[in-house]
Design a protein around this ligand. Structure first.
Ligand code: SAH
Length: 337
């Protein structure tokens, strides 16, 4: 059985013509798959019964439901998904707030990038999620219709799964009707892929920088070696990308490592003239590293230094820590209880 969920509108229209049906039937399938009321094949009542029966003989919808949900004291929910094909696990985190309800989705099960501060890195490479697996994290959760914003900040590096990420973004913005201003893709910045991403998608960008100094960044973010943050920032500058979309720099202050005035000064220098904001992310401690998070007063001082240099800076409020749902804590573990 082939799954329909995850096929792009283009692929659904090709499927339709390959069966000798009008393209229009492909458009109807697109609506049934990605817009409520979602339907199983037999209930797609504007498609003839004969066609539905033929479809159902070799296809299923195949939207994946979460296997488990944990709820944090602060209302954050973490959903665990497990592929019935190979058992790969991935997670989505639903974060209600006063003005918005953000969903954080995964692009991979595991990650090959080996960032020293991130729990997902401990899983190793894992695999890319399919388009259907990415979209299921959104459309299979009970509060789906409340979601106002989507961030690709869960497990994995979206640019290492660029094709599926782009296809999912296309469906989210063009079929599901989410605004490109309400979607953010977070990346460590893989140079070649980043340019392709910027050409293909107008959604917002978050760049995980964490240090303005190459050697230091490389010491905890090995991808720096082939993808220097400086080159990424100058590429964004040359393309005037900051004028086209909101760009945020993500920066985890670590005690005595990257949180000094010297760091704030250098960061200010490389961002000079760009309309880019910095988001300081308090580190969620994970075991087995010597890294330590900066204390809140130090983070506040770092923020003030960046602001003095003219860089708008916010401090992220961490959510869902008690259920390992906060940034960098996603490792596909099932409920210990
Ligand atoms: N691979 C992408 C997206 C996933 S991580 C990226 O790195 O951008 C999303 C954000 O969480 C990144 O900014 C990442 O640096 C941050 N992060 C990772 N581990 C963390 C941790 N333990 N505590 C706080 N933030 C973390």
């Amino acid at each position: 059985m082939t799954e329909l969920y995850g096929l792009t509108p283009g692929q659904l229209s090709e499927l339709s013509t390959s069966l000798g049906w009008p393209k229009f039937t492909g458009a109807q399938l697109t609506q049934w798959l990605y817009r409520p009321p979602f339907a199983e094949i037999e209930d797609m009542n504007n498609i003839s019964k004969a066609r539905r029966e033929l479809l159902a003989s070799s296809f299923t919808v195949g939207r994946l439901a979460p296997k488990e949900c944990r709820t944090s004291r602060d209302g954050t929910k973490k959903y665990l998904f497990e592929s019935p094909q190979d058992g790969a696990v991935f997670e989505a985190v639903s974060i209600p707030d006063q003005q918005r309800h953000t969903l954080c989705v995964s692009s991979q099960s595991g990650c090959k990038r080996g960032c020293a501060f991130c729990m997902t890195a401990r899983l190793g490479a894992g695999r890319n999620l399919s388009v259907g697996e990415i979209l299921s994290q959104y459309q299979s959760i009970p509060e789906y219709e409340q979601i106002s914003n989507i961030v690709f900040m869960g497990m994995g590096e979206p640019l290492d799964n660029l094709d599926n990420t782009l296809a999912a973004l296309d469906i989210l913005t063009k079929v599901c009707g989410l605004s490109t201003r309400r979607i953010t893709v977070s990346t460590i910045g893989i140079l070649a892929k980043l340019e392709e991403f910027l050409e293909a998608s107008p959604v917002r960008l978050a760049l995980s920088l964490h240090s303005p100094f190459a050697q230091e960044r490389e010491s905890f973010l090995p991808a720096e070696k082939l993808n220097p943050a400086r080159e990424i920032v100058s590429m964004l500058r040359n393309r005037r990308e900051d004028k086209r979309r909101r760009i945020t720099i993500e920066y985890i202050p670590f005690a005595g490592l990257n949180d000094s005035p010297r760091h704030a000064l250098e960061l200010t220098r490389i961002l000079k003239g760009l309309m880019i904001r910095v988001n300081l992310i308090p580190w969620n401690t994970i075991p087995g590293t010597s890294l330590q998070s900066s204390d809140p007063r130090r983070v506040e001082a770092f923020r003030a230094e960046l602001e003095r240099g003219g860089v708008p800076t916010t401090i992220r409020v961490s959510r869902g820590q008690d259920i390992e749902a906060a940034c960098g804590m996603l490792a596909g573990e099932t409920n210990p209880a």
